[in-house]
Design a protein around this ligand. Sequence first.
Ligand SMILES: [Zn+2]
Length: 54
Amino acid sequence: MKDNCPTCLERDVAPAVSRRRGQRTRDGYQCPRCGQQWITDRITTAYPADQDAA
Ligand SMILES: [Zn+2]
């Protein structure tokens, strides 16, 4: 799932690393514009299925 950079607000940054553990997905990002790195944890089942297409 793409995310926005928390520093420069670059949009639609694709995850560089995506790890799934049970119902949790951890995506690691690096912003192509400013180089900011961040990690987002998600509970996979907390999102309705139709969000997968977004
Ligand atoms: Zn950035």
